[in-house]
Design a binder for this molecule. Structure first.
Ligand code: IMP
Length: 428
């Protein structure tokens, strides 16, 4: 029988805890594939008491015997990737097999530089608050058809030709627009050739690999990075990342069709966070935000920036379910809410134009709305040892059931702590 594809996607502004959910369910899948974004992501996995943060490697990499894929839709920072591989080599004897698409674009040194320059140029008030990992400028080159792909690193002549054109253009921008020193061709070229030599053993055809796995009856998990509300098309533009973090990105970012997708798992935190600028209707006041941040350890895994924190937004969550066709939810970090007297949940928005239950990615719309909250009772108990739904305090169960009812899909995984086994599984 033909295998199937499951997708696991962020349903908020990223940092939902996708890495740990992948880690929880990776044992029952054969292939884990990343399809968009780059080293802007920071997927934290705590396994056997040890913390691993992956920026580029799929979270399934800790499982030997699996295949991990970095798809054509990802932008690859070779230094970062090689560092992550080196770290794993130091810590583990074995790991999953890795395949990198030759068609994935390479984040070059000038992309990172331009990312920083562009943010500076935008100035206070216009800044997006990017991770400065070169993501936007790299995708710009991809769309402008001048980008350098992983396969180009393996061919000296092609690399020389593409890099000289790119450096001519980028150096003109660096010196004439930003008044900065140009980059020397020789240095970048030598570095890129070395990347090519080191990455060559991993380069392959991801679309074909996935097709072969499906023909062998295997299960493929698509691992999204960032989240629906940071999607370049459906997110809160312009305060978004430069890729499609929603389901469509999974198809184009790996070269697969939709007919094998059997399940779309949305990952949401039991509350909301956002890093960087942009509208955030349920952002909490200082006291609650500080409390959630400290309890939830809400500091960026990539940049260390404190995350903005607020209450769960069901208007936004329903939207993420709609644009992705999410069939089930994984709700992470429920334990962070333990000990709160009252929990607020946003069920609709109000503005001068009236009340609405429909989200829109338009930042001008979102800046005008105010959240309407329902107040649910909290629970004082520590829930870190709960492994069944029934063992949760009554109020925690009510919270879960309230979300399920308002969003209209089941919550099949509940995170109750950072460790791999601290999860309640309900048919996932
Ligand atoms: P970029 O992806 O570095 O260009 O950043 C664009 C926006 O997306 C900024 O607001 C970042 O903070 C946000 N962002 C990018 N990656 C992540 C992530 O993995 N988690 C949360 N926010 C992210």
């Amino acid at each position: 029988m033909r295998g199937k594809i499951e997708a696991l996607l962020g349903a908020q502004w990223g940092d939902e805890g996708k890495g740990r959910v992948v880690d929880t369910i990776a044992s029952r899948v054969d292939v884990v594939a990343r399809f968009q974004g780059g080293a802007n992501a920071g997927h934290t996995v705590i396994a056997e008491g040890e913390k691993h943060v992956f920026h580029l490697l799929p979270s399934g990499i800790l499982f030997s015997g699996k295949t991990c894929i970095i798809g054509n839709g990802v932008v690859v920072d070779p230094d970062q990737l090689l560092e992550e591989l080196g770290e794993l080599q130091k810590k583990h004897k074995d790991r999953a097999r890795l395949i990198i698409s030759g068609a994935a674009h390479v984040v070059m040194p000038y992309h990172k530089f331009l990312d920083g320059m562009e943010e500076r140029f935008r100035g206070i008030g216009r800044r997006i608050g990017t991770t400065k990992r070169g993501i936007g400028p790299c995708y710009v080159d991809k769309i402008s058809r001048c980008g350098i792909r992983v396969e180009d690193l393996l061919n000296e002549d092609v690399l020389r030709e593409k890099l000289s054109y790119n450096l001519e253009l980028k150096n003109a921008i660096l010196s004439k627009v930003y008044n900065e020193e140009p980059l020397a061709f020789g240095k970048v070229f030598e570095q890129a050739k070395e990347w090519g030599a080191r990455l060559a053993p991993f380069v392959g055809d991801c679309s074909l690999e996935i097709e072969k796995a499906l023909q062998q009856g295997k299960t493929v998990l698509l691992e999204g990075a960032q989240g629906a509300l940071l999607d370049i098309d459906h997110g809160t533009y312009p305060y978004v990342t430069s890729s499609n973090a929603t389901i469509g990105g999974g198809l184009t970012g790996l070269g697969i069709g939709p007919s094998s997708i059997s399940n779309v798992i949305g990952v949401a935190k039991a509350y909301c966070t956002r890093v960087g600028a942009g509208p955030f209707p349920t952002e909490a006041g200082e006291e609650t935000a500080n409390l959630l941040r400290e309890r939830g350890g809400e500091y960026g895994a990539t940049t260390g920036r404190p995350r903005r924190c607020g209450w769960l937004d069901l208007v936004a969550l329903r939207y993420a379910v709609r644009v992705n066709g999410i069939t089930m939810l994984a709700l992470t970090k429920l334990d962070v809410l333990s000990g709160l007297d009252k929990i607020h949940v946003c069920t609709s928005y109000i503005s001068d134009e009236g009340k609405t239950e429909n989200f829109s990615g338009s930042s001008t719309f979102l800046e005008k709305v105010k959240p309407i909250y329902e107040e649910l009772p909290g629970w004082p108990e520590d829930i870190g040892d709960c492994r069944t739904f029934e063992s949760l305090p009554k109020e925690a169960r009510m919270y879960i059931e309230f979300i399920e009812e308002k969003v209209g899909i089941p919550i099949t995984l509940i995170g109750v702590g950072p460790e791999r086994e601290q999860a309640i599984r309900r048919g996932i």
